[in-house]
Design a protein around this ligand. Structure first.
Ligand SMILES: *Cc1c(COP(=O)(O)O)cnc(C)c1O
Length: 669
């Protein structure tokens, strides 16, 4: 195609709002912020075609790890507001904490996610692009992101408002398209933005459409509806954020002229999309509409199921909409439940692991026949470190088309007796670990010291402080078996008082270990995000995962770790329950009885910390038999387990996951 014609075609399909010509230097010839423009034009045309069979994927949050995979480049200098923030560290080596901060020298992740749900959505959309599926993703442009975490000594977490600059974020463009949602309380206007999720290898993209209420002529109140992800400070805000995603998403798809065949609700947050589509339909019409909706449920935890009372709904929504909610989503008189609503309006429902399916079957017996499961995965090329990608390239005989087919990693076992592979595998790991030690150099980590990490959202069922439950025992292990380095990180939702308490407790306990610094280093990092997630999950020796079963629906951070040969120390929950037969680490802890949904408030801290410490002793001993201050036994069972991890990664990735969504949920060839 002629070059200028391509740009013209792009601008005719995508109405970039750019009166100043600001984006002209980044959108030219066949180039969109450093990526081929042609792929966008192709995708935009296909979405508008009559029989596109397109999937619209709705999610409240997207973790796109924009700096790791097919990143955009911009001509303009990086806006300081879009630079990754400095993060303080809280450790038992107080001096360093006082004098130094961590600085990642890259662009921030697109700050429109809070945790695992968003990361899963981002990895899903990337894989849709890798598969060249006709799809569009819908989300919200959170103008203050989620929040910025600060630690205050002896106080805990102090959440701060986050600032970033969407207008200068490479690859993100505002559109001229405005849509309106009509509510009882008045009209709310939304501006649309676009961000393209690329698969360079496949010359394909999936557009992500982001909704933004921060425009004229909205009232001050309405302008703040899309400022911060998961605001729960008042119920009407919480409701309106969901209404914007659902109603706004449907209006946006219509405004852009996309032909949607399947609406995928990634969590019940998005279910108002159905309410919008159901307007004007009679009973039969609504029944027929259900065939177009599918729903993924992501948590068995009570707080994950949104409920609204009908008085609240009546204040905002018109009569017809409330009637539809009443028909499909009434849990009991006066209360609507978005999980029930989502299940009742969907033709396919899935849990996110086999265990989670079992729990859902108990929680929702009436839906037993409909609830399937598709275990979550991680996008391999986002989460696999450069060192490991290169390692697999060097062994192309075993992993020939690894970049097209990550499932080929299942052949790792064939290299078990290859001393060359074993040696290089260890070296690749040590290279990653050296990078982590460099990043934390002021805290004087050692690359030949056993290092374990717990990093995730701070929620009660994830038991953030389990490893610190008995600090004298921990110090004893470090003294008797060998030094330990422990890295912890995670944000607690600003309105979650319990999560808050956990961080406080963590900081207190770490502080009390300052005498033990010589043998036991504990480091708590501020602002756990995707960049830190990738660095940590690919560089430590052991990934700690200790949720209380059965509340971790899937979990994905351990999957990132196994892609990089990092061993697991985990309770048996979520995806891990599907990997217990593989020798990828050590499993421990409480097992809930099959046939029960468990008790969220009985955390089994005493018993499980006992088991955790025993598991830690075993793994640390094995580690020090394998690596004696740099003298490495490459015949060690440790390396057998690293190889098993890589083999297991063939299963726990988004390629396997998408194959299952295609077959079981979207029912496409
Ligand atoms: C992967 C990831 C998560 C999800 O991890 P879980 O194991 O599901 O808790 C959360 N936050 C970030 C930043 C991640 O990278």
């Amino acid at each position: 195609m002629e070059k200028n014609k391509l740009v013209d075609e792009f601008y005719s399909l995508v109405q970039v709002d750019d009166p100043q010509g600001y984006y002209a230097s980044d959108i030219k010839d066949n180039d969109y912020f450093g990526m081929p423009l042609e792929a966008i034009v192709k995708a935009e045309k296909r979405l508008r075609a009559k029989q596109s069979g397109c999937i619209a994927y709705f999610s409240m949050e997207y973790g796109l790890a924009t700096s790791f995979y097919n990143k955009f480049t911009g001509q303009a200098q990086l806006d300081p507001a879009n630079r990754a923030p400095e993060s303080a560290v809280f450790s038992n080596f107080r001096v360093a904490d006082y004098f130094f901060v961590l600085q990642q020298n890259n662009i921030i992740d697109l700050p429109i996610y809070s945790g695992g749900l968003g990361v899963l959505a981002g990895d899903t959309v990337k894989t849709m692009a890798d598969y060249n599926l006709p799809a569009a993703a819908i989300g919200i442009l959170w103008s203050s992101g989620y929040f910025r975490q600060r630690f205050w000594f002896k106080y805990g977490q102090a959440p701060e408002k986050m600032r970033w600059e969407p207008n200068t974020y490479p690859g993100l463009v505002p559109l001229k398209n405005r849509i309106k949602i009509a509510l009882k309380t008045g009209d709310v206007y939304l501006r649309l933005w676009k961000y393209y999720v690329y698969s360079r290898a496949h010359e394909a993209v999936v557009p992500l459409i982001l909704l933004d209420s921060n425009i004229e002529p909205n009232s001050k109140n309405d302008r703040s509806l899309t400022d911060q992800l998961y605001r729960s400070d008042n119920i009407s805000l919480k409701l309106l954020q969901r209404v914007i995603l659902g109603f706004g998403g449907i209006n946006a798809l219509a405004e852009l002229g996309y032909n949607i065949h399947t609406y995928h609700l990634n969590e019940g947050h998005a279910v108002f999309a159905f309410i919008a589509k159901a307007r004007g339909l009679d009973k039969d019409g609504q029944e027929a509409l259900k065939k177009q909706f599918v729903y993924t449920c992501h948590t068995p935890v009570e707080a994950g199921h949104d409920r609204f009372n009908f008085d609240e709904l009546n204040k905002v929504l018109n009569k017809e909409d409330v009637e539809t909610i009443d028909r499909f989503g009434k849990e009991r008189p006066g209360t609507a439940n978005l999980t029930l609503l989502s299940m009742n309006i969907s033709s396919a429902i899935n849990a996110v692991s086999h265990n989670h399916q079992k729990v859902m079957h108990i929680q929702f017996p009436a839906y037993k026949d409909q609830i399937q499961y598709v275990t979550n995965g991680v996008h391999p090329y986002t989460w696999m470190s450069q060192e490991f990608q290169e390692l697999f390239k060097r062994f192309a005989g075993t992993f020939p088309d690894f970049f097209a087919n990550p499932m080929i990693l299942s052949r790792a076992a064939e290299l078990k007796n290859d001393p060359g592979f074993r040696g290089q595998l260890w070296q690749a790991h040590q290279a990653n670990k050296t990078g982590l030690c460099k990043f934390l150099e002021k805290w004087k980590l050692d690359k030949n010291t056993f290092t374990i990490c717990w990093a995730r959202r701070v929620a009660a069922y994830k038991r953030p402080s389990l490893i610190l439950h008995d600090i004298s025992r921990l110090a004893r292990i470090a003294k008797e078996i060998g030094p330990l380095q422990i890295i912890l990180a995670g944000k607690a939702h600003p309105n979650d008082n319990l999560g808050f308490t956990y961080i406080n407790e963590m900081l207190d306990k770490v502080d009390s270990l300052s005498q033990d610094y010589g043998k036991l280093r504990v480091i708590v990092l501020e602002n756990y995000d995707i960049s830190l997630g990738k660095l940590l999950s690919s560089s430590v020796d052991v990934w700690l995962n200790n949720p209380l079963p059965p509340f971790e629906a899937s979990g994905t951070s351990g999957m990132k770790a196994i892609l990089n040969g990092v061993l697991q120390m985990s309770t048996v929950d979520g995806w891990v329950a599907e990997a217990v037969d593989r020798k990828i680490g050590t499993f421990f802890g409480y097992k809930n009885s099959e046939g029960s949904v468990g008790n969220e408030s009985d955390l089994h801290m005493n018993e499980d910390s006992e088991e955790l410490y025993s598991a830690l002793e075993c793994l640390a001993s094995l580690y020090y038999r394998t690596n004696q201050n740099g003298k490495v036994d490459t015949g060690s069972q440790w390396i057998d387990m690293m190889i098993e991890c890589i083999g297991a990664a063939a299963q726990f990735n988004t390629y396997r996951m998408l194959d299952e969504y295609k077959k079981k949920i979207w029912r496409i060839a």
